[in-house]
Design a protein around this ligand. Structure first.
Ligand code: IMP
Length: 196
């Protein structure tokens, strides 16, 4: 089957394609589907924002849509930047800003998690699901892969930016959420349709 991803973030699109295409689900971008929209993400929660994005694209394309709203929640910062992760700092400066905010936080208090919430929508309505990836904020940025906060988010011995995309997708919030989504699609569309 084919779904349209409601996002203007090329990295999220690439990861969703890497994760879902081996499962037989083709993910196309909202631009390929003719939906040039960028709604204001003014919801209070990841689920609210995922719904806003899915709805904006679904109302144009009228076929199955998924939207990902995600972010980084840092325990020492009371869960910030959370739903504001994309707006926490100018693009490319988010890691530096976070490292500065965390400079006096000791190793044992540097716990954090990424959350990925997916909203799926079709002619029968919508649903949401979420998954987390738990790790720590490192003391410096390491690695050149990935995007956003990946260079400062340590999982095991590596930051996400030091992992290959296969390694990241196996343990990431997005990987876990999209594998849950696949299970939902098999229920919703039937085994044969979810696989073709
Ligand atoms: P939004 O879902 O469009 O509000 O943006 C989420 C923001 O959270 C992104 O711009 C990134 O800064 C951050 N983020 C979400 N997922 C990841 C990830 O897998 N790695 C690194 N940063 C992420």
């Amino acid at each position: 089957m084919r779904v349209v991803m409601a996002t203007n973030n090329q990295n999220k699109l690439r990861e969703a394609q890497e994760i879902l295409s081996p499962l037989g689900i083709e993910v196309i971008s909202q631009w390929e589907a003719g939906a040039d929209t960028d709604p204001e993400e003014n919801g209070a929660t990841f689920a609210d924002n995922a719904y806003i994005k899915a709805r904006a694209v679904y109302d144009i394309v009228h076929c199955p849509v998924i939207a990902d709203d995600s972010g980084l929640c840092v325990e020492a910062l009371g869960g910030a930047p959370g739903v504001h992760s994309a707006r926490y700092a100018p693009k490319g400066q988010e890691c530096q800003k976070l490292l500065a905010a965390m400079q006096d936080v000791p190793a044992e208090k540097r716990g954090a998690y990424f959350r990925c919430t997916i909203c799926y929508m079709d002619e029968n309505g919508s649903g949401t699901l979420s998954a987390d990836c738990k790790g720590r904020i490192d003391f410096s940025a390491r690695g050149g892969n990935g995007f956003g906060y990946d260079p400062v988010f340590e999982y095991g011995e590596k930051t996400l930016a030091e992992m290959t995309s296969e390694e990241k997708n196996q343990i990431s919030h997005r990987g876990a959420a999209l594998r849950q989504l696949y299970a939902v699609f098999r229920e919703r569309y039937g085994e044969a349709d979810a696989d073709k």
